[in-house]
Design a protein around this ligand. Structure first.
Ligand code: URA
Length: 241
């Protein structure tokens, strides 16, 4: 039996890198390489066993530029009309907005946005990072731009800051910040409870008409990123407080 080659730390065979990136079954990945459809650092590589660093590898696969990420963390500008559920029902899932390699990798949304909510959504296939980002202990602030049905009064903001009781928990839940400008409310929350913004706003006698998440941790949704677009996040530290 051929002896298995020991590879330098962080290196892999090109076919394994493509497989882990989500380019298909191993046979498919071998085929892409053997047919000359994979370039690495600007050169066609036709040997599936060629060895490269697995992370940060600059590739073009079937004409598609792709930098390998051993663990994927992306931001998506979620449009309205998409569900965050992994098994969407009435609406298409946010996975449909991702390219096939990321869809195959089974990225999970970091917390969920409602079907009608727009804005910043993180997705990852890094289990420990997902846990860190969603853990209530981490207190990652999330900023929501809320369009309200009625003018938002200072009394409403004060109540949101003091804490309101929601129907599934006797402990009051408070906003970390609440700033109002007539029908617009900017609300910062540290938790990620089900329909939290809508329920908190209802608890102070108003109603959410539109909801958009503009920021998670120190990461703000870029102005030049239209709804439906996604980007890699190379440093998770930007979203951790
Ligand atoms: N709170 C809500 O009510 N909906 C969301 O989508 C996110 C936070």
């Amino acid at each position: 039996m051929a002896k298995k080659q020991r590879l330098p730390a962080g290196h892999q065979h090109l076919c394994d890198i493509l497989f882990d990136q989500g380019f298909g079954e191993r046979r498919t990945c071998d085929g892409l390489i053997l047919h000359g459809l994979v370039q690495v650092n600007g050169q066609t590589v036709d040997d599936p066993e060629a060895v490269f660093p697995a992370d940060g590898l600059d590739m073009v696969v079937e004409g598609q530029p792709w930098v390998s990420h051993v663990r994927a963390l992306i931001m998506l500008h979620k449009p309205a009309g998409y569900e965050c559920s992994l098994k969407p029902g009435a609406w298409p899932g946010v996975h449909n907005l991702l390219p096939p390699p990321l869809r195959r990798r089974g990225l999970q949304p970091v917390g969920r946005l409602d079907q009608d909510t727009t804005g910043l959504l993180l997705m990852t296939d890094d289990g420990p990072l997902l846990h860190q980002l969603t853990s209530p202990k981490k207190n990652v602030p999330k900023v929501y731009e809320v369009g309200c049905k009625h003018p938002v009064t200072q009394a409403m903001c004060d109540k949101l800051l003091k804490g309101v009781v929601l129907d599934d928990d006797p402990e009051p839940v408070a906003a970390a910040a609440a700033e109002a400008d007539t029908l617009h409310l900017r609300l910062t929350l540290l938790q990620g409870k089900y329909h939290q913004v809508k329920r908190m706003v209802a608890a102070v006698g108003n109603r959410v008409e539109t909801l958009h998440r503009s920021q998670i941790g120190r990461l703000t949704l870029p102005d030049d990123m239209p709804a439906g677009q996604w980007r890699w996040i190379d440093d998770p530290a930007i979203v951790l407080p």
